[in-house]
Design a protein around this ligand. Structure first.
Ligand SMILES: Nc1ncnc2c1ncn2[C@@H]1O[C@H](COP(=O)(O)OP(=O)(O)OP(=O)(O)O)[C@@H](O)[C@H]1O
Length: 242
């Protein structure tokens, strides 16, 4: 099987700071991959390079065998890369329904969604548990529900690779549980790249985990391997995981 996504020698330098430092990375189709690491490790910068929000300083990104390093973000969305932002990117004054409708329209314009607008919106809202809030103003939703709305907007883009950046931040314990089920369901027809600080969520969901530290890959492996890795414990896990 060939990887869906690879990065080779991927690097991002901000002034004197190397935020992502020569990262070689590969994700297989259908995988749920978690990227973890201490604050400032370079996780958000790394996924921003993958989705095209930031240009790399050097290195290469391939998606489905194709070199996408120079492609603008909107072209990557068309290829099936969707990124839910760490900072809520919903339109506060539009309804929940209309926010998702914008994503469905975009997908329909690319002919990647051929059903009705309403079916596309309601399917994404049902999967995220937001169907009952379709007519609410997005800005009036609780923070956790706004995060779910972002996931619904990401799903409406019908991605092959869904990048979730700290999706459980601000969710209650019950919401985290349903979110975990949702990610498993999403992974039945998409590949998931998950940046997450909540270690129980990471350990429950990820097939494999990549640990970044100071922009470099410190370790990579199954949840069991990462849990047992002494270098990871020293850099990170000891402080945050039970
Ligand atoms: N636009 C930017 N300009 C300058 N420095 C930046 C910029 N974006 C990020 N950095 C720096 O790059 C480093 C990596 O940041 P990044 O946000 O990618 O880390 P992170 O692992 O996602 O952290 P967190 O877990 O806190 O979100 C940090 O030192 C940060 O201050």
């Amino acid at each position: 099987m060939t990887p869906l996504l690879t990065t080779t020698g991927l690097k991002k330098v901000f002034g004197g700071l190397t935020a992502v430092d020569a990262v070689d990375f590969a994700v297989m189709p259908g995988e749920i991959r978690a990227v973890i690491g201490p604050n400032g490790a370079g996780k958000t910068t790394f996924v921003s390079l993958i989705c095209g929000r930031l240009p790399p300083s050097s290195g290469e990104i391939r998606f489905d065998g194709r070199d996408i390093t120079g492609l603008p973000a909107h072209r990557r969305v068309r290829l099936g890369i969707a990124y839910t932002f760490q900072i809520t990117s919903v339109f506060a004054n539009l309804s929940v329904y209309d926010n998702v409708a914008l994503a469905v329209q975009r997908t329909a314009a690319d002919r990647r969604w051929t059903g009705s607008l309403r079916d596309g919106v309601m399917s994404a809202l049902s999967r995220t548990g937001l169907a009952g809030r379709a007519q609410e103003r997005a800005g009036a939703l609780a923070y956790g529900h706004q995060r779910l709305l972002e996931v619904a907007m990401g799903l409406a883009l019908r991605p092959r690779l869904l990048i979730l950046d700290e999706p459980t931040q601000g969710l209650s314990d019950g919401e985290i549980e349903s979110f975990t089920d949702l990610v498993r369901e999403i992974a039945q027809d998409a590949t998931v790249l998950l940046i997450e600080h909540n270690m129980p969520v990471v350990m429950a969901l990820a097939h494999r985990i990549t640990v970044l530290d100071a922009g470099k890959v410190l370790a990579e492996g199954s949840p069991e391997e990462i849990r047992a890795n002494a270098a990871v414990q020293a850099a990170y896990l000891g402080a945050t995981a039970a």
